[in-house]
Design a protein around this ligand. Structure first.
Ligand code: C2E
Ligand code: CA
Ligand code: CA
Length: 559
């Protein structure tokens, strides 16, 4: 049998052997094929006739490669391609053979071609075993970090991670074992730990060692996130019994972080990263943690505030602070604004700027507001008793827009007044512009009801909302409270002064009084007094203080 020596790339080889090929074809019966077996490399030549395995031994002609190649040669010759590459794999996953065939000809008219057939089995096997070695942790025989990535990539199609979960299991204080007992003992322990974790998993879960003392589990979630929780529980249980290491009993615990495929959008690798973030949290909290998106964390934080706030209101753990409001011309305290205070179960004072919005969103503002009105009435009644008659000041209570929408404010205020035998004239109710914007007709009714009780009505944070001046005129408002943002820094800001002047003249035109908020210096107090503002409130006079301290301030005048 004549042989053709073909060296890749084939195209060059084709032009290098035209003579040989032609003479070779002449020598062979038509249709013809030549095969040379050397170094796992085969060469064929064929005519345009239906491919038959002429001149080949029985074994070669029955070879599946040759059988498969026949029809492909026909297709190639019928096409106008000059070169085509075909790859085949035969046999099972473990014992497979890999071939690559390159079909080539010099012109599209040529009715025969050269075929170079490469047996790449051993090449690929070497590559595979190398790859396997690189993806395997030599100590435990488990996939390592790279191997884990391969598994993620193989099992999860891009963007199809829903239904998968990753657990990251981090051993607690493992470095101590290495330090106290040596690295060999540490290795031994890791092997045992890996075996126990493996035993806690379901057959289809994939375990990998993704770090020195960190394992990863890729699992499918047939029943939802609870599957992952169950596995985490079993892993913890599997590690409860101590390990025996050369006469020592060692306890090893772990922290577990879980990431769910539903939380990621792109790369399956994000599952590992997210689970690693969760495991860092688990280390701190001491319990299994799920990875959550930032939105979820915020929602949970809000929920925690809400739960605690509800308890605080129910258990009477809220209090009121009182901040004086002074007559700007005399400096005398005419009233106190009641401001809610909350110290949570961990002794941390939470700002009303944080809990009032939560209370409004959750509806807790209704019981909170009722409590504040009740507590203000109770306090003022108590001050009167201590003063042996009318103590001479009013108390201002804040009403949120949500409260006005959801509660029967008129009845609520009246009930509180009645309980403490207080006249409405001793109270100011502070409303915000947003309350008016939301439902002007309803608010008008409520305000009239409050006026009928004799209370003073103040428009809080005036200037920050979208004041509808037409409504302002129609509503029974007594006082405009100029928002702190206009007062702060006004001495150096012509625009702010202009706005304050405008508010003051508007109030005067509508027959309303004014209170400036946020007065922190005597200069501000003097300037606002000179501009004709009626009242002032701010740190210059006093910060909000507890009830007893506030009572002590009554009668004082601050310049
Ligand atoms: P607000 O009604 O405008 O109350 C005035 C806020 O300004 C208070 O903050 C007070 O401490 C602060 N403040 C007073 N003078 C000064 C000053 O000179 N400088 C500065 N930088 N700040 C000053 P606080 O007590 O933190 O209350 C914040 C907000 O929470 C209140 O703003 C009010 O909108 C709301 N809030 C407080 N208690 C209640 C309540 O019982 N019910 C309702 N609905 N809202 C409340
Ligand atoms: Ca207020
Ligand atoms: Ca205000």
């Amino acid at each position: 049998m004549r042989t053709v020596e073909l060296a890749p790339p084939v195209r060059e080889a084709v032009s290098a052997v035209p003579a040989d090929l032609d003479s070779m074809l002449e020598l062979l019966p038509v249709p013809a094929a030549v095969i040379e077996i050397a170094d796992g490399r085969y060469a064929f030549a064929a005519t345009n006739a239906p491919f038959r395995v002429a001149g080949l031994g029985l074994v070669a002609s029955e070879s599946p490669v040759v059988q498969l190649l026949g029809p492909r040669i026909g297709q190639f010759l019928a096409s106008d391609l000059l070169q085509e590459e075909i790859a085949w794999r035969f046999g099972s996953e473990v014992d497979s053979r890999h071939f690559r065939a390159v079909l080539a000809r010099r012109t599209a008219q040529e009715r025969h071609c050269l075929i170079t057939l490469l047996d790449q089995t051993s090449e690929l096997r070497t590559e595979q075993s190398l790859r396997r070695e690189m993806a395997t942790d030599s100590l435990t025989g488990l996939p390592n970090r790279a191997g884990f990535s391969d598994e993620l990539e193989n099992r999860i199609a891009p963007g199809q991670a829903t239904g998968f979960g990753v657990l990251v299991i981090n051993l607690d204080r493992f470095s101590r074992v290495n330090a106290c007992m040596g690295a060999l003992a540490g290795d031994e322990l890791l092997i045992s730990v890996a075996r126990r974790i493996k035993g806690a998993l379901r057959g289809r879960d994939i375990l990998a060692r993704i770090g020195g003392d960190e394992f990863g589990v890729l699992m499918t979630l047939e029943e939802g996130p609870d599957d992952a929780v169950q596995v985490a529980r079993r892993v913890h249980a599997a590690l409860t019994n101590p390990f025996r290491l050369s006469n020592f009993e060692i306890r090893i615990d772990c922290s577990i972080g879980i990431a769910l495929g539903a939380d990621i959008e792109g790369d399956p690798e994000d599952l590992v990263r997210n689970a690693q973030l969760a495991v860092r949290r688990a280390k701190k909290s001491g319990r299994t943690e799920f990875y959550h998106t930032r939105a979820f964390d915020l929602a949970r934080e809000q929920f925690a505030i809400e739960t605690e706030l509800r308890r605080a209101i129910e258990n009477g753990r809220m209090s009121l602070a009182f901040q004086p409001i002074c007559d700007l011309s005399t400096g005398r305290i005419t009233s106190f604004e009641a401001l809610a205070r909350w110290t949570n179960e961990h002794g941390i004072a939470i700002s009303p700027n944080d809990f009032i919005p939560v209370a409004e969103e959750s509806g807790l503002i209704v019981p909170l507001g009722r409590w504040a009105m009740e507590e203000a009435a109770r306090t003022l009644a108590e001050w009167d008793v201590r003063a042996g008659g009318n103590c001479g000041v009013k108390i201002a209570v804040n009403l949120s827009a949500i409260q006005l929408q959801r509660d029967q404010i008129g009845a609520m205020v009246k009930a509180a007044l009645d309980r403490h035998a207080m006249p409405g004239s001793r109270f100011t109710l502070e409303l915000t512009e947003s309350a008016i914007v939301s439902d002007p007709d309803r608010i008008a009714q409520t305000m009239t009801a409050l006026k009928d009780l004799g209370t003073t009505l103040a428009m809080d944070d005036f200037g920050t909302g979208y004041s509808n001046l037409a409504y302002l005129q129609k509503l029974p408002i007594d006082v405009l409270k100029i928002d702190r943002s206009f007062v702060t820094g006004m001495l150096a800001d012509r625009d702010k002064i202009a706005i304050i002047r405008a508010i003051l003249s508007l109030a005067s035109a509508l027959g309303m009084q004014t209170t400036a908020e946020g007065i922190e210096t005597p200069e501000l107090a003097q300037t606002l007094a000179a501009l004709g503002c009626t009242y002032g409130q701010g740190y210059h006079y006093s910060r909000p203080v507890a009830g007893d301290a506030a009572f002590g301030l009554i009668g004082a005048a601050i310049a």
